[in-house]
Design a protein around this ligand. Structure first.
Ligand SMILES: *[C@@H]1O[C@H](CO)[C@@H](O)[C@H](O)[C@H]1NC(C)=O
Ligand SMILES: *[C@@H]1O[C@H](CO)[C@@H](O)[C@H](O)[C@H]1NC(C)=O
Length: 310
């Protein structure tokens, strides 16, 4: 859809449109990281990071989308998006269209010893890629590659009550915010980006009442698979790295101290900065209080958006 030279102009335009027109039901807008195509009346995101088909499905799902099934008009859209990334390799993972296709790549790419994470053997060539030329080819589900998520405009709603894109935000009248526990585990940076893309932010507690509300949300949330430990949820606070010997200070994503934010209770013996490796904040399900964690480990997380209408 877009040609290379205009890429940056197009991106900037898209962000402006989305910021100004987000709440209008007339305008086709979804998350800021998705691109709209009027030809297919759908939104797309080309993920440039390499993942397995299983992980790609989970990621698309967490974004309210699906791994794209390669129909002809969707392949044209992918082709245009692919061109913007000349270094991305030759293949993009897509959802299987259940047709038979030629195998992608040469057989010497097949790993001799499949890793523990791969799909069972009967799935050997059951996954699919689209090539730069736009051909659909079959591949082993062991292949990690960039992937493309798609969501039809009709299933990409704006939640006017919560001011968020996507589903599953729960409004809590008593504290004036909406909350969601996305069904995926991420590092702190990935979690921070995901909440922002949904029009929200990582949860920050501003009162004892909000602590109680969020504690209940954690207690009732379905545990998210793949978390390093399921009783921690990343929150929107992180610490600095002082080099002058002064103590670390945790600040919120809007640069407030916890005292300024209005809630500053830590779990017993926390923050302990275990092995000097814990610079990101989380909430502990058992007491609903803050705890420090390693930012690069993967945990569930809670997104919050101050409600627009209650
Ligand atoms: C964060 O707050 C401190 C003062 O508390 C200020 O010096 C600093 O510039 C702020 N940083 C940002 C990114 O707003
Ligand atoms: C977080 O843990 C990983 C190992 O899982 C380690 O390599 C990394 O250094 C830790 N982060 C910090 C800031 O220490």
């Amino acid at each position: 859809m877009y040609i290379d030279k205009r890429r940056y102009g197009v991106v900037v335009t898209f962000f402006c449109v989305s910021a100004l027109a987000a709440p209008s039901s007339q305008t086709k807008v979804y998350r800021t990281d998705y691109t709209y195509s009027k030809h297919t009346n759908a939104f797309y995101k080309l993920h440039t990071e390499s993942r397995s088909t299983k992980e790609a499905r989970e990621k698309c799902d967490a974004e309210g989308a699906q791994l794209m099934v390669p129909l002809p008009q969707d392949i044209r859209q992918l082709h245009a998006m692919f061109k913007r990334f000349p270094d991305l390799g030759e293949y993009v993972l897509v959802e299987s269209d259940r047709q038979s296709h030629d195998p992608a790549g040469s057989s010497d790419e097949v790993p001799m010893v499949p890793s523990m994470d791969t799909e069972p053997v009967y799935d050997f060539m059951a996954c699919e890629v689209v090539t730069r030329k736009g051909d659909i080819e079959s591949t082993g589900c062991w292949r990690n590659a960039p992937f493309i998520c798609k969501v039809d405009a009709s299933s990409a709603p704006y939640d006017a009550q919560c001011g968020t894109y996507g589903k599953d935000y729960i409004p809590k009248k008593t504290v004036g915010s909406c909350y969601k526990v996305p069904k995926i585990v991420y590092s702190w940076n990935e979690a921070n980006a995901e909440c922002k893309a949904e029009g929200a932010h990582l949860v920050v507690l501003n009162s004892e009442a909000e602590h109680e509300v969020v504690k209940t949300i954690m207690e009732t949330a379905v545990p998210v698979r793949g978390s390093k430990t399921t009783y921690f949820f990343f929150a929107g606070i992180r610490a600095n790295h002082p080099t002058d010997g002064t103590p670390r200070v945790f600040k919120t994503i809007t640069n407030q101290t916890l005292e300024e934010a209005g809630y500053f209770q830590w779990s017993d013996n926390e923050p302990n900065n275990y092995q000097d490796s814990e610079y990101c904040g989380s909430l502990f399900k058992n007491d609903g209080k803050y705890n420090d964690l390693n930012c690069s480990h993967k945990y569930a997380f809670i997104c919050e958006k101050e409600a627009q209408i209650l």
